[in-house]
Design a protein around this ligand. Structure first.
Ligand code: NOJ
Length: 559
């Protein structure tokens, strides 16, 4: 099906798109089983169109045992029955396009599920078989091979290796899995792996999908000798000498894979685009993935992890813009996703004290929290991110100012991090709680009334954050996002391009964009004056005597 003319004309869509992330389990449940689904997404397309987003990114919707909420894929070219059918998926793509919204899927190339046909074949075929060579099987260390082959650690806790029982019933080889035991890493040196994923890209592109978010894009290639990490930190520090590489993150060999993928995307008449999930720290290592023959965009996690402090924000914005300009790629501006603490709750903490590492709730436990402050900052951060050059991401519920749910009982938590760490970490469920659509009802409009309980419990006050509550409040976060997105689509200065910094004092983040646009953000205690002649277009909170109050962002038209 050709794209409707209105969106087809925008061939550079990925350079400026505002992409709304849908975590399908938690967005909208149409059939009452307590888990969100594709028809639920379809029912909310009018809402997404009224919000004004350009695209949706849907987290994995493929068949999966759900050991890691769908990031353990057992069949890359089908739909998980809990989410619906291929016909539902095709209808969603067509309806989204008709509503002017592009569709981005999530591809998971670092690992499959242990239920994938390849992994089952590898287990059945035994050591030394060609089937095992599609994964990373090794003998263990130690006299009986009962120690893992190297010192790599799982992202979810414990060693990154699981030992299998061979056909004769004896403990045998170990396989690498950087995430959960049910997520064996594939061997990207194997031609079958390359061919299979290339075919999967084409399968979905042929069905009208506009792009892919690439899971763990920096992890696909491993050191040829599976060297020990031996204490090397990651991300590598800024002053790391050339030639020092981490053995399983950001290996230089990964770039060749994305060159091949780019050629596949470019072989289509319609513009297809990639966005890499690439946690590498150093800005130049991120933008190496964005050279003109590689990926189109990548998530800007340096911005996401930056505390709400003016100096660090100016620095991260500058380093982002410089690094992206060096390869001609547009930055993205990201405040949250399904893996990290929601921004309203992150910004609620004392910002000088927060750990700039991987920003999940675990890091903030024990720090005092003022949610009113956090939500106010999150509104300001939204205006900031939508004013910066490039594209932006909104994670479902961010537009309601949803907080993290911090008190999910341990027994209700589902993230494999909880089991992987023996309960020492609480995991990422707090940002995945099903979205509230209505002020009341059994599940605040997530499922039909009378349905099974939502797959994660919702707090009793969840309805106060709902879409329905926001619709009734002209000053809600939702109203702010709608106005911002409507303005963004008609202000020529916004989207792709450049900015010029304005020195408005140490506690301000202030810049202009041509023609005639300015964004002033006040992170200090004193009101921040606006420049003479500035006409206010939009403010994240009320202004005080024409000045920008604390934790407020303002968009202005400049004379
Ligand atoms: C990143 C995904 O965003 C996360 O949810 C998942 O657990 C890991 N990759 C492993 O696939």
């Amino acid at each position: 099906m050709p794209l409707p003319a209105a969106i087809a004309a925008d061939r550079d869509w990925w350079r400026h798109a505002v992409v709304y992330q849908i975590y399908p389990r938690s967005f909208a449940d149409s059939n009452g089983d307590g888990v969100g689904d594709i028809n639920g997404i379809r029912s909310r397309l009018p809402y997404l169109a009224s919000l004004g987003v350009d695209a949706i990114w849907i987290n994995p919707w493929y068949p999966s045992p759900m050991e890691d909420a769908g990031y353990d894929v057992s069949d890359y070219r089908a739909i998980e029955p809990v989410f619906g059918t291929m016909a539902d998926a095709e209808a969603l793509v067509a309806e989204a396009h008709d509503a002017g919204i592009r569709v981005i899927l999530d591809i998971v190339p670092n690992h499959t599920s242990d239920q994938h046909r390849w992994f089952r074949a590898a287990l059945a075929a035994g050591p030394g078989s060609p089937e095992r060579d599609r994964y990373i099987f090794r003998e263990g260390r130690g006299p009986h091979g009962d120690e893992p082959p190297n010192d790599w650690r799982s992202e979810f806790g414990g060693p990154a290796w699981t030992r299998v029982t061979e056909a004769d019933g004896r403990p045998g080889q170990w396989y690498l899995r950087l995430f959960a035991p049910g997520q064996p890493d594939v061997n990207w040196n194997h031609p079958d792996v390359r061919a299979e994923f290339a075919e999967t890209l084409r399968f979905w592109f042929d069905r009208g999908i506009d792009g892919f978010r690439i899971d763990v894009a920096h992890g696909l290639v491993k050191d040829a000798d599976l060297r020990d990490i031996a204490g090397l930190p990651f991300p590598l520090p800024d002053d790391t000498p050339d030639g020092v590489e981490h053995p399983h993150w950001d290996q230089p060999g990964v770039h060749e894979i994305f060159r091949e993928w780019r050629a596949i995307a470019d072989s289509y008449a319609e513009p297809k685009a990639f966005c890499g999930e690439i946690w590498v720290g150093r800005a130049h290592r991120l933008t190496a993935y964005l050279r003109p023959d590689e990926l189109h965009t990548a998530f800007n996690f340096n911005f996401l992890t930056c505390p709400w402090l003016a100096g660090p924000l100016r620095e991260v914005i500058t380093s982002t813009l410089d690094a992206h300009a060096s390869v001609g790629a547009p930055p993205t501006w990201v405040l949250g996703n399904h893996d990290v603490c929601r921004p309203a709750s992150r910004y609620a903490r004392p910002q000088e004290q927060i750990d700039p590492g991987f920003p999940n709730l675990q890091h903030y436990l024990g720090l005092p929290s003022d949610l009113a402050v956090g939500r106010r900052r999150a509104r300001a951060a939204a205006l900031l991110s939508l004013a910066l050059p490039g594209g932006a991401y909104i994670y479902e519920g961010e537009e309601f100012g949803l907080p993290e749910v911090e008190d999910i009982p341990m027994e209700a938590r589902q993230d494999p991090t909880v089991a992987g760490t023996g309960g020492a970490e609480i995991g990422r469920d707090g940002c995945r709680v099903p979205v509230p659509w209505t002020t009341g009802g059994d599940s605040f409009g997530f499922s039909p009334d009378g349905a099974a309980a939502p797959w994660l419990p919702q707090p009793s006050d969840w309805g106060t954050y709902s879409a329905q509550a926001a619709e009734a409040d002209p000053d809600s976060s939702l109203a702010l996002y709608r106005r911002a997105l409507a303005l963004r689509s008609r202000i020529p200065a916004l989207g792709d391009g450049t900015l010029a910094w304005v020195d408005a004092g140490p506690d301000a983040v202030a810049f202009t964009r041509d023609p005639g646009f300015g964004c002033w953000v006040n992170l200090g205690a004193e009101p921040l004056p606006l420049p003479a002649g500035a006409r206010v277009l939009l403010a994240s909170d009320d202004l005080a005597d024409g000045a920008v109050p604390t934790d407020t962002a303002v968009w202005v038209e400049l004379a």
